[in-house]
Design a protein around this ligand. Structure first.
Ligand SMILES: C[S@@+](CC[C@H](N)C(=O)[O-])C[C@H]1O[C@@H](n2cnc3c(N)ncnc32)[C@H](O)[C@@H]1O
Length: 247
């Protein structure tokens, strides 16, 4: 397999993505709250529209950025998908000419940027693309290094049985670069098996808060999920809302 780059996720996952992941439910209510009036939002890494389509059905004019033609084709094929403006490019560059009351980046996808520098640039560019008083909302998992053994490897099983769809993953962790290289093995309902690669460069919530500060943004809320449940030491994920000052 060649080096994992910005297009790799879409190239491998697009044929299976919408069968594996359900359309967003909780995300939409919270994002709608921050979308302003008239409601507008920019989704970084819009993918197949899992979040963008229900959000646009909720009355928000959504613009998206994604680098994968395969993922954008999935969006285009769905009802309402043609109406969403999509900019093809690297979302870290946030290459837009207008500003938005809301920029959002769901589903761990900040971690698709492979270096701290690129993640810092992403926060900076989001700051430029926000209106005064606008919000940047993102969710990611909270890193938990106990998942890995002393060789920094992990074998995880989410479900397995002889005759049903199952999934397991093997991962290797590099604590120096904060990267995790994983292969997910999925047996599909038709009996075939696929190997899907994912590489992430994780960051701690505190590290993101610093990236936000460098970009002139302030942490306004941190919840454990989009339904605003409390963020505690037990939370495996967080939804963070950063605000650009009004002046
Ligand atoms: C896990 S999917 C998330 C899609 C959508 N936001 C959702 O919540 O379902 C990750 C998406 O990020 C896109 N992506 C990954 N790296 C990217 C990059 N550097 N620039 C633009 N898109 C990227 C992939 O093509 C894919 O559509």
């Amino acid at each position: 397999m060649s080096e994992y780059d910005t297009g790799t996720f879409g190239e491998f996952w697009a044929p299976y993505y919408d069968d594996i992941f359900e359309e967003a439910a909780f995300e939409v209510g919270l994002l709608r709250e921050f979308a302003g009036d008239p409601p507008r939002a920019l989704e970084l890494a819009i993918g197949s529209g899992r979040v963008a389509l229900p959000l646009s059905q909720a009355g928000v004019e959504v613009t998206g950025i994604d680098i994968s033609d395969e993922m954008i084709s999935l969006l285009r094929a769905k009802p309402g998908g043609e109406a969403i403006e999509v900019i093809v490019g690297d979302f870290a560059d946030v290459g837009v000419d207008e500003t938005f009351p809301l920029v959002y980046l769901p589903f761990n996808t900040l971690f698709a940027l492979m270096t701290q520098e690129r993640q810092v640039e992403c926060f900076h560019n989001v700051g430029e693309a926000l209106e005064p008083g606008g919000r940047f909302v993102l969710d990611t998992f909270v890193p938990d290094l106990r998942r890995f053994d002393h060789n920094n490897t992990r074998m995880g099983v989410s479900s397995i049985s002889s005759n049903e769809a199952h999934a397991y993953e093997v991962s290797i962790h590099d604590p120096l670069t904060q990267k995790v290289v994983s292969h997910q093995v999925r047996r599909l309902e038709d009996g075939s098996t696929v190997v899907l690669p994912v590489t992430v460069r994780y960051a701690w919530p505190s590290e993101m808060d610093l990236m936000a500060r460098l970009a002139g943004l302030q942490l306004e809320h941190r919840w454990a999920w989009y339904d605003k449940r409390a963020y505690t030491e037990k939370a495996g994920q967080h939804v963070s809302v950063y605000r650009k000052p009004s002046q």
